[in-house]
Design a protein around this ligand. Structure first.
Ligand code: F6R
Length: 610
């Protein structure tokens, strides 16, 4: 959801900012822009479309200067266009500003400014912020004071950065419930919406708190808190490798990330499993005594992370033997959920910045719940606002469609379930051992599943033009079906639909026609025969069946057009393996349809507006 980069130092900002924006392009890609201060002049260049369009427009021009800000946009107010792109200028053209998030009261502020004689070029809330900052700057405030004054009148969630034509060595920034970090370089300083933009230049970052106001100069970063008291903020050293945010030899980030899943699982296991096979969750603050007080678990997340939560419910209920609710974050707040101090609230989020998840988390905290989050981005807002954090060690996930974050989220839920079951004494030693062994075997088994890639590619080439695809499964497989369907629709734009297989005959089966593709997950030994019956029901309507089963369950072939086998494993852990063919299928169908795989239309990686 929009990406911001700002730089001040000894070098020309142009290359650094454009490079940083490319790393953030997954956050938004309908337009991009840059502003630098060069010799008393604000040079603003912006263009609709991806960053390459902006680069083409700039061509060989050297923008000069030592300070600049840049932006990649995901439209909220106003269609993607050159005029709506950032940076926006103040009315007198002396201040340029970039913005991520929403200024909720922008219409009132705009009206007031119009009455004062200011005019606007765009339809955006962002320009209103630029004009407001510019107004206070023109009235004689320091740039940082002007920004501080403007944000004191603005409501909503946003991150901002601004430069002024006559400030060649400084820029200012602000964050309120939207991501923004400060990078500390040598003789230079940065802001960015996330680490990936800065990895090439620095791995030392300050995490800003809400309502922090920042003044950045080449040799100093000054931060004021919400009461405008000078403060210092924690410095975090990021361990992510620079190459982790590069595509390398892969055609797309999504394919690279699908292939990084064994590594993500290994890394998360390594950090949370002792040598003798006990789950020991790194840095967990929750004590056994506290845990003993919970009488229910409530899991909340969005999209793919929600689908991970659905799997989590099966596992937690099965082995921890506590009631578990799973909710879509945007629904949770509005149904007055029954949550209190006896609730363990689990928020799942790759980015740790998803607005709906954050708001749900805050609601749960207000009601007294203990909040434990499963998050990929270290230091993100969800992580910081939680009582406990369990990090997924997937590394940076750049493709909009989530893959490796999902499987590491699943792993965290398995490990949590084992940890809690052990505390509650609801799992016997053999079952504990069996689950741990099954999880340890997963990375190697994932490698085996990845070898299906050529066969899946071939199948996708044959079937890519079908406009209706169903995903069905029973039990834990139905949760994976939801994830498979989401992957396919978001990157290939095919109308796909997931449903618990037993529910088909209660209505949805009416949609089955010859040529409808049904992807049937049949990995659960306990439910295998029932699933075969459901497959027969759709087969009888001449649908084409692609099934996913465990090695050895060859009976399924009689009822399927194509079958993919995952290695033998216990029923509980199949989602870690069965999702991979679905990810690859979505990928190759989208590729065959020439879709923008890493940046699907209308989507952004990090959804920081409600
Ligand atoms: C789908 C996808 C989204 C995210 C969702 C939550 O592939 O990536 O559905 O899972 O927007 O995002 P996070 O996990 O960052 O909270």
């Amino acid at each position: 959801m929009c990406g911001i980069v700002g730089y001040v130092g000894t070098e020309a900002p142009q290359g650094i900012i454009l490079e940083g924006l490319k790393k953030l392009e997954y956050r938004g890609y309908d337009s991009a822009g840059i502003a630098v201060v060069d010799n008393g002049e604000l040079k603003v260049r912006k263009h609709v479309g991806a960053i390459v369009n902006l680069e083409r427009m700039i061509g060989d021009e050297k923008l000069g200067g030592h300070v600049g800000i840049g932006h990649t946009r995901w439209a909220t107010h106003g269609a993607p266009s050159d005029i709506n792109s950032h940076p926006h200028l103040s009315a007198d053209g002396k201040v340029a500003l970039v913005h991520n998030g929403l200024v909720e009261n922008y219409t009132e502020i705009k009206q007031r400014l119009l009455e004062e004689g200011f005019s606007f070029r765009s339809e955006t809330d962002s320009e209103v912020a630029a004009v407001l900052v510019g107004k206070y700057y023109a009235e004689g405030l320091e740039l940082v004071e002007a920004l501080g004054r403007a944000v004191s009148e603005m409501e909503g969630t946003f991150a901002l950065a601004a430069v002024a034509y006559d400030r060649p060595d400084e820029f200012v920034a602000f964050r309120r419930n939207a991501p923004l970090i400060v990078g500390k370089g040598r003789g230079c300083n940065f802001v960015a919406s996330d680490f990936s933009a800065l990895l090439k230049y620095t791995k030392d970052v300050h995490l800003l708190e809400n309502d922090d106001l920042v003044l950045l100069r080449p040799d100093s970063v000054t931060i004021w808190d919400k009461d405008r008291k000078k403060v210092t903020r924690e410095t975090l050293h990021i361990s992510w490798d620079v190459n982790a945010a590069e595509k390398g030899d892969y055609e797309h980030f999504m394919l690279k990330e699908i292939y990084e899943q064994p590594q993500g699982i290994m890394e998360t296991l390594r950090r949370n499993l002792t040598d003798d096979g006990r789950v020991d969750i790194y840095d967990m603050k929750l004590t056994p005594e506290h845990f003993a007080q919970f009488n229910k678990v409530c899991i909340v997340a969005c999209g793919t992370a929600y689908h991970a939560g659905l799997v989590g419910r099966y596992i937690l209920e099965k082995i921890v033997k506590l009631p578990v609710e799973v909710d879509i974050a945007s629904e949770f707040r509005y149904r007055d959920p029954f949550v209190d101090e006896k609730t363990l609230f689990i928020a799942i989020s790759q980015s740790g910045e998803t607005a709906d998840t954050l708001e749900a988390l805050r609601e749960a905290k207000k009601k007294g719940a203990y909040v434990l989050s499963i998050v990929n981005v270290v230091g993100s807002t969800v992580a910081r606002e939680s009582d406990d954090v369990f990090y997924t060690w997937a590394g940076p996930e750049i493709a909009v469609a989530s893959t490796k974050a999902y499987t590491t989220q699943l792993l965290c839920l398995y490990l949590l379930a084992l940890y809690f079951a052990d505390l509650r004494g609801t799992i016997d030693a053999d079952h504990y051992r069996e689950m741990v062994d099954a999880l340890v075997a997963v990375p190697k088994q994932m490698e085996e599943v990845l070898e299906m890639r050529p066969a899946i590619e071939k199948l996708a080439k044959k079937l890519y033009d079908r406009d209706q695809v169903f995903f069905i499964g029973r039990g834990i497989d139905s949760s994976v079906a939801y994830e498979g369907s989401l992957k396919l629709k978001e990157i290939s734009y095919i109308n796909s639909f997931a449903i618990a297989a037993g529910e088909l005959k209660h209505g949805t089966i009416a949609l089955m026609e010859p040529k409808t593709i049904v992807i049937a997950l049949a990995t659960q030994d306990r439910l295998f025969d029932k699933m075969v019956s459901n497959i027969q029901e759709v087969k009888a309507r001449n649908a084409q069946i692609i099934s996913i089963a465990k090695e050895g369950n060859t009976k399924i072939e009689e009822h399927s057009d194509v079958t993919f086998y995952i290695p033998q494993c216990i029923d509980e852990v199949t989602p870690l393996l069965s999702v991979i063919p679905l990810q690859l299928y979505a990928y190759y169908v989208a590729k065959e349809k020439h879709c923008e795989i890493d940046r699907p239309r209308n989507l952004a990686k990090s959804v920081t507006v409600e």
